[in-house]
Design a protein around this ligand. Sequence first.
Ligand code: ASP
Length: 341
Amino acid sequence: MPTRRKFLTTSAASLAALAVGPSAEAVALPTRPVVGKPLVISTWDTGLVANLGAWKVLSKGGRALDAVEAGVMVTEAEQNCCVGLGGNPDRDGIVTLDACIMDEQFNCGSVAALERIKHPISVARRVMERTPHVMLVGEGAQQFAVAQGFPLEPQQLSPDAEKAYREWLKTSQYKPIVNIENSGSKKPVGPVGGANNHDTIAMLAQDARGNLSGSCTTSGMGFKMRGRLGDSPLIGSGLYVDNAVGAAAATGQGEDVIRIAGAHTVVELMRQGLAPKAACKAAVERIAKIKGAKARDIQVCFIAVSSQGQHGAFALQKGFSYAVCDAQNQQQLIQADYLLR
Ligand code: ASP
């Protein structure tokens, strides 16, 4: 049995190896064992570092809503990461960002096709808190962000995105890539090799009071058509929270998540009594049935937390990881179970 001290050391070492940029610095690992709560989970390997941003809020007794905003902001700020302004551009070479956020009282906010703003998740939260609307898109979303004091960043690609875009321009073919993540290394497989084209972090948290919230932020599918939106900014597809039942979020091929209103479907399946993992699996199976033989060309993944604080995930294909941070188990990266063997 590993001692608690050894476990903390191991966790800190593996986190240091995965950390990118300044975001992982000087962040204390959870030290207050509270049974069950609080809890934060998020998608992909990048979730490990993002969870620590959320944990800073949760471990002080803060709101799940504040935690899910702070957590994904860590990822949005990373220059050469898959999310935020460092993400892959659309096929015209422009990075457009989508994000949404939802709290324990069905309040929600969303922005889509937002350009030159570093933290779309915070703009989504302002839409939720300071407008009578749920969703703002494109130029209007940017105008609102600027009016709210968010600075306009330069329109330029990160070095990684620039390289990937140049490579993509050689064929200019848009095809989905099935992504595999394994402890920080991204190995895209599928019909097109080369650039990684998933660009999302989704995060769900339960705070010490038992309240749930969620966030989702993305630069969308790499090299998408200009104006294309996926599931990530859509409440009910990329994210849904019903405090009495649970919360769910999605990553992967947005078009296919939208087809089944994915996150809402997972929450409704939990309402019918399914555990989080079983609910995620049933949603994935629904997509697989719709896609038939074409299911092998895509990846879709769901994460979920129940109002009782259980968590789970399920993916269509191998290679989906999700990160968990709670007071009992500290930090873990879990390889999700999957359907297509
Ligand atoms: N779901 C995102 C989208 O379709 C992409 C992803 O999660 O990788 O825009």
